[in-house]
Design a protein around this ligand. Sequence first.
Ligand SMILES: [Zn+2]
Length: 312
Amino acid sequence: MSYTKGLQEVGDGLDAYLQPDGGWGWSNAGLVVDGERTLLIDTLFDLALTDEMLRTMRDAVPTAARIDTLVNTHANGDHCYGNQLLGDARIIASEPTAQEMTELPPAAMAALVKQAPSMGELGAFFLDCFGSFDFGGIELALPRETFSGELSIELGDRELRLIEVGPAHTRGDTLVHVAADRVLYSGDILFAQAHPIAWAGPVSHWIDACDRILEMDPEVIVPGHGPLAGPHDVRELRSYFQYLYSEATRRHAEGMTPLQAARSISLDRWADWRESERLVVNIANIFAELSETEPLDPLAAFEQMAALKRSS
Ligand SMILES: [Zn+2]
């Protein structure tokens, strides 16, 4: 299937909304329709993008004029900053996601973008990532319902399962599985054809999440970013993390910094994956797991990525 902007059918009453090129902030979303009932999986990074998506959905599926339920797969703004446009929809997220959503308010992102031009290399990289989005006017609508572990949702005649697999990419990552149709909406547990980024980790837990997806045996996976994917992409991601884990462990024992390790690890098999600067954050996350310390905070993570980008 082609990777173009807009809605793509992935099953009967199941759609993906894709935003090429899938880079920083360019996230995907999902729509599930059964009879009169509609469920949206994630909103987008700003109000204009979310509004455009909702209009596209309404044009294609009249029932989508009113969305009953919204699931946020995790707390990153590119999956929830548009929530306020859903009115009184039931908003569901895992407990840790709901908690984490209160921690980086859209106003803080707006302030960072404003300050970025005076922040040197870090600011330039930050603008590269987030300069095309408009964080003004966003009043983040938080989940009104939370769950832990798993939650089954009935939508018309359909059953959807929300499965918490975090902490991995973030603290509360959630998969949305439509088992009867073998479709999985993975959120950012899968970045198709791009490097993942372990904000929370541990990476070993993310590897477990990959195994869990493979056991579900989905036919189509709607990734959090990038083109439509399948189990092959999850196996590639698992191999990437396993390889990184062993290479990083050796370099950790040699006393390297994450940046030194990132510069010295050869990535032939994944050389065409986008956003390779994320490698340093993933290595730092593995180092933190090995030394039982906290992972990098987001600002430190962006500093490390900007430094890796400069040197590569
Ligand atoms: Zn994302």
